[in-house]
Design a protein around this ligand. Structure first.
Ligand code: HCA
Ligand code: CU
Length: 360
């Protein structure tokens, strides 16, 4: 598989979520965190407000390794506004579905094609690198979508985003759609932008890259419109653990970045969130504890907590068996006999719930 890029769109997509709004200072801290982690693009939307303009300026000036990419509509007016920040990359969006063309843009399919070419040529004439986004691609007529990608590519778009704007896809339908586009326009570099309305954003994005896309849009803690998008930590881990890619990404920095995001927004990850969730390296079941102790974690962990900046914890209580008590007895030099251990296990089972936990 070709090298896959990770794109983080949190600052734009995330801020489109209710209760997510960063001060300029906070946005800069997040952008520094994203850059240190190793994303390729940091997407911002300067056109929204004075504050978002300040954020964009700050990000343009921070000297990031990542490319700032400035999001706006595929119109000359928006391109002119984006040009005032002297960006290298812009992302221009235009809907391709009939429902959007009719109810949002009041435009025919042909007129939208004309608009796309005009905007792309205008941006290229100003020396910009650009991503062209086919908004609501997944609900678009497939033949029309292919035509749009073809003309956008020919007009000079450097990347093209295939979106599942309302989270309507399954992995197999996303695979087929991206494959169709990729086969028809093999030289176009495709992004996949998926949403989590049915909990499938990550799965759909991975299906998209398996079909030929080379960039995934990801959000810190999944924050995005409605149910959000693929979580940055999940995407990064998937690239490394499933595809053996991007080993240079600093996954161990993600727990702190995720916490920073939660602190700024008051929106917390759930305990079961991969990599960063409270529970993902806490083991509790009796047979699990024994096997975790004997295997150094491997028996019940897909990847080690240290590799992602976390620590392993064992939870003791009614679910515990004698293995873990043997371990504790040895560790603490308690010298408990078999009989004492059996009694302790029985006492734990009389109590309800979790009694204590320790770091391993
Ligand atoms: C939007 C819609 C968008 C665009 C995605 C992209 C979507 O708010 O403009 O530019 O790749 O979900 O289609 O977020
Ligand atoms: Cu989106």
């Amino acid at each position: 598989m070709e090298r896959i890029l990770v794109l983080d769109s949190t600052l734009r997509e995330g801020e489109q979520a209710p209760n997510v709004r960063f001060s300029v200072q906070q946005a800069m801290e997040i952008a520094h965190g994203l850059d240190a982690f190793g994303v390729d693009f940091i997407e911002v939307s300067p056109i929204v407000s004075e504050r978002s303009m300040q954020v964009t300026k700050g990000i343009m000036q921070m000297g990031a390794k990542a490319n700032p990419i400035l999001h706006g509509r595929a119109t000359k007016a928006d391109i002119d506004s984006l040009l005032s920040f002297s960006p290298e990359w812009v992302a221009l969006y235009l809907s391709t579905s009939d429902v959007h063309l009719e109810h949002k843009l009041h435009m025919s399919r042909d007129a939208a094609k004309g608009r796309a070419v005009e905007a792309i040529e205008y941006a290229k004439a100003h020396g910009l690198k650009l991503r062209f986004t086919c908004e609501d691609a997944s609900r678009s007529n497939a033949a029309y979508l292919v035509e749009m990608v073809k003309i956008a590519h020919e007009a000079g778009a450097d990347r093209i985003s295939i979106t599942d704007t309302v989270g309507a896809m399954t992995p197999s339908s996303m695979f087929s759609l991206v494959q169709l586009v990729h086969d028809a326009v093999p030289n176009a570099q495709l992004d996949v932008h998926c949403h989590n309305d049915l909990g499938l954003a990550l799965a759909n994005a991975l299906a998209g890259v398996e079909a030929g896309a080379t960039c995934i849009h990801a959000c810190i803690n999944g924050a995005g419109e409605r149910a959000g998008g693929p979580k940055l930590a999940e995407v990064a881990l998937a690239l490394q653990a499933l595809y053996g890619q991007r080993s240079e990404l600093k996954i161990e920095t993600l727990p702190a970045l995720s916490k920073m995001f939660s602190d700024f927004t008051g929106l917390h990850n759930d305990a079961f969130s991969p990599v960063v969730g409270e529970n993902v390296f806490r083991h509790k079941g009796g047979t699990h504890l024994g096997a975790v102790l004997r295997s150094g974690g491997k028996a019940y962990e897909a990847f080690s907590p240290e590799s992602v900046g976390r620590k392993r914890r064992l939870v003791i209580g009614e679910y515990s068996g004698k293995n873990v008590l043997h371990y504790l007895s040895n560790e603490l030099h308690l010298g408990l006999s078999e009989q004492q251990i059996a009694r302790a296990v029985a006492r734990l089972k009389e109590k309800e719930g979790d009694i204590f936990e320790f770091e391993l």
